[in-house]
Design a protein around this ligand. Sequence first.
Ligand SMILES: Cc1cc2nc3c(=O)[nH]c(=O)nc-3n(C[C@H](O)[C@H](O)[C@H](O)COP(=O)(O)OP(=O)(O)OC[C@H]3O[C@@H](n4cnc5c(N)ncnc54)[C@H](O)[C@@H]3O)c2cc1C
Length: 400
Amino acid sequence: MRALVIGAGITGPVTAMALQKAGIDATIHEAYERTADGVGAYLNLATNGLAALRLLGIDHRDLGGFDTPALELRNASGRRLAHLAMSRDDAAGTVSQTVRRSDLYVRLRDEAVRRGIPVEYGRRLVDAVPHRGAVLATFADGGTAEGDLLVGADGLHSRTRAILDPHCPPPRYTGLLNTGGYASGVSVDTPVGLFTMIFGRRAFFAYANRGPGDVWWFANVPRARAASDDELAAYTPDRWRAELERLFADDAGPALEIIAATPEIIAPWNTLDLPTVPVWHRGPIGLVGDAAHGISPTSGQGASLAIEDGVLLARLLRDHGDPVAAFAAFEAARRRRVEKLIAQAKRTSNQKIPNPLTRLLRDRLILPLVSRAAARTTHDWLTDYRISWDPPAGSHPARR
Ligand SMILES: Cc1cc2nc3c(=O)[nH]c(=O)nc-3n(C[C@H](O)[C@H](O)[C@H](O)COP(=O)(O)OP(=O)(O)OC[C@H]3O[C@@H](n4cnc5c(N)ncnc54)[C@H](O)[C@@H]3O)c2cc1C
């Protein structure tokens, strides 16, 4: 089988490497000349995602991130509401990693190239149609490519998704603007690796101590409706910095010092998700990663789910030997898990939108309960989840 993988973000290179492990040739087609998307922001990789990467022989120490084993929640007055362990896998010696998105992109893509997987840049998919029992893809540059299957790993605004279902609802605005940055030369009173998250009076602020003077942070700013491109552009760097200083002026904690120690604040963007995508596949064309299930960064799981997807889809293609059956099995295995998590992330996002009554309930009731429940839980459905590379018991060897 030959696969066309659309997108060289996180899911694309992971899927292509997993397909190679399954004995399937893949070529990655990326719209941009180089993947520059997401430069600036960083993300969390949980143990479920790290375990899936390990199946491909990729070690968490090669990703350029740092250990973030715990998080603490505080309210606007500085009171500690909860202390939670982030995901850990003692058997593998890993804990959650915090890594720059751009570093992760580059490392995954370079590793795919090192393994001999072709990446074609400047190849923006515009159409894909069944063609003589296979798929014919057409790109904006007028070129075409043919494969036995096409995997749409083209992100939240996926063209593949629109090809499969022109009526698919667009991504949903979750009520928050996102921003962040990297501060240096600032001292904070939290241990290295601890993520401290503050439900402020007007907005949400989170920071992680990465080492002496080095602090990575993000902020979520409630906004009733999504900002237009013009409104986002109107937030010049100086205006945006002043706005953040105003928002956090009355909260306990080091937000103002951290913002002041950040040379360049990442410009704000609308936080979006995709609660449900009706059509995940048709014939030999299917979706993976954000294209199938965009999730807000609040979850800390978008990249980990994307990695799980790529590895599982490749295994199912190997097991079924047929793209149509493999895409159907993939949807059956994945939809419930990812949609449950997207809904959970949306509820968490809502907690970041302050209103006096919900704030009281959250601080007095919900978060202490969550914290106690988390301390008692030994098995976590989310981060203890592991993709198996072994074929299911009883499957026919010829189909392995
Ligand atoms: C700022 C930010 C912070 C985040 N924080 C977290 C976090 O803490 N934890 C976490 O797990 N996740 C986080 N996420 C989400 C995570 O980045 C995504 O879930 C993950 O990148 C999904 O990977 P993907 O490969 O499916 O999509 P993407 O990374 O979006 O990659 C899609 C690729 O497809 C290419 N492409 C698009 N259209 C076409 C086309 N027509 N033809 C060819 N190529 C195309 C794009 O150029 C891109 O390279 C965050 C996201 C953002 C934006």
